[in-house]
Write a protein that binds this ligand. Structure first.
Ligand code: SF4
Length: 74
């Protein structure tokens, strides 16, 4: 039986930035951050946010980070 291998994964993408040492989550930096309101201690504040993604997820904008490493090192 053929073994399924995940090729596209946020965790292997050039645009993925890990944000936790404990969970398998990070931010997608493919596009600029969006401005969103967020609740501070006593009032709403504006913050720039990147989409949160799981390292097992993927999208059609995936770019293998190893490709960029090879390109930059040559
Ligand atoms: S959402 Fe798409 S572009 Fe963003 S890190 Fe995941 S695969 Fe890469």
């Amino acid at each position: 039986m053929a073994k399924r291998v995940k090729i596209w994964q946020c965790g292997k993408c050039a645009f993925f930035k890990r944000t936790s040492d404990v969970e398998s989550v990070g931010e997608c930096h493919r596009y600029p951050p969006k401005v969103a309101s967020k609740r501070g201690e006593d009032r709403k504040m504006l913050a720039d946010v990147f989409p949160k993604v799981s390292e097992d997820n993927f999208c059609g904008e995936y770019q293998n980070k190893d490709f960029y490493k090879t390109f930059l090192e040559s």
